[in-house]
Design a protein around this ligand. Structure first.
Ligand code: SAH
Length: 273
């Protein structure tokens, strides 16, 4: 299934399971509530992005606009969010209106690999847990580099394989990997070293990489708790089979995390001024 169709199908159910933020949480403690932890990830990204007053941020793969609205409340500038999912963009626009932020938060359906935005027009490229859905990462990073002004900054967080799976593991785990695809959309989770190399090839200078694997782990338990808590509503939206798949996907990811195979990172890179 195409990524856009996938996101159109799951958006409402995900809002119950994940909240307004379609991304992992960074837990200060395992007993933090999920919304606090997902906000913490936005805080870490914002601290790195450090946009000056009046800055323009491009939110690449913006979900239902949760992070964009949060950002608009936490700095004095504008955010333009793009996503390939029309349903996500509709929801984001409605959310911006309700929040009274439609003047500073705008949204459009666009493909991050060819985003149609003007060159050198943004101070920050904000790529929050969407890059794993874009197999042509070199192109994503080239587009981010293009829209940034000289001196602008890319902040990108996502899942990663901490070590490459060998062929045996891929064959062995193919049912598990297929389950992850069904639940989260066809993903290409990358190795950190590849991100760094591709950012450099796009003309960006990597400023820092932070490992958030430990702090993000409790997210998977929080999603499972919400799947149980909102079981009837989630079933009405995507059906019991898809809900069971989601719970299983959390188990699979949790086991990968615990085995040190998968984790989470935040990468910061600058466009030379
Ligand atoms: N950044 C948001 C959403 C993350 S979910 C948040 O943290 O809440 C991943 C998002 O990436 C979805 O909105 C999905 O529609 C979008 N996406 C996936 N592939 C894309 C592409 N090629 N171009 C633009 N957006 C894409």
């Amino acid at each position: 299934m195409l990524v856009a169709d996938h996101y159109d199908r799951v958006t409402e159910a995900w809002r119950l399971v994940m909240g307004a933020d379609f991304h992992y949480g960074v837990f200060g403690d395992a007993d933090w509530l999920l919304p606090r932890a997902t906000e913490r990830l936005s805080e870490l990204m914002l601290a790195e992005a450090a946009p000056a007053p009046g800055a323009r941020v491009l939110d690449v793969g913006c979900g239902v606009g949760g992070p964009a609205l949060w950002l608009a409340r936490h700095f004095d500038g504008t955010v333009h969010g793009i996503s390939i999912s029309p349903r996500g963009i509709e929801a984001a626009e409605a959310n911006a209106l309700t929040a009274g932020l439609a003047d500073r938060c705008t949204f459009a359906v666009a493909d991050a690999l060819d985003n149609g935005e003007p060159s050198a027009a943004y101070d920050v490229a904000w790529v929050m847990e969407s890059s794993h859905l874009m197999p042509d990462r070199a192109r994503l990073l080239a587009e981010c580099a293009r829209i940034l002004r000289p001196g602008g900054r890319l902040v990108l967080c996502d899942l990663t394989f901490l070590r490459p799976l060998d062929l045996g593991e891929i064959l062995n785990d193919r049912k598990k990997l297929a389950c992850l695809d069904r639940v989260f959309g066809r993903a290409k989770i990358g190795a950190l070293a590849d991100y760094e190399a591709q950012a450099a090839a796009a003309g960006l200078r990597v400023a820092s990489v932070r490992d958030l694997s430990r702090e993000t782990r409790p997210t998977l338990w929080a999603w499972q708790a919400n799947l149980e808590r909102f079981a009837d509503d989630v079933d009405a939206l995507i059906g019991p089979e898809a809900r069971a798949d989601f719970a299983r996907a959390c188990d699979i990811l949790g086991a990968y995390w615990d085995a040190g195979r998968m984790g989470y990172f935040l990468l910061v890179a600058d466009k030379p001024g």
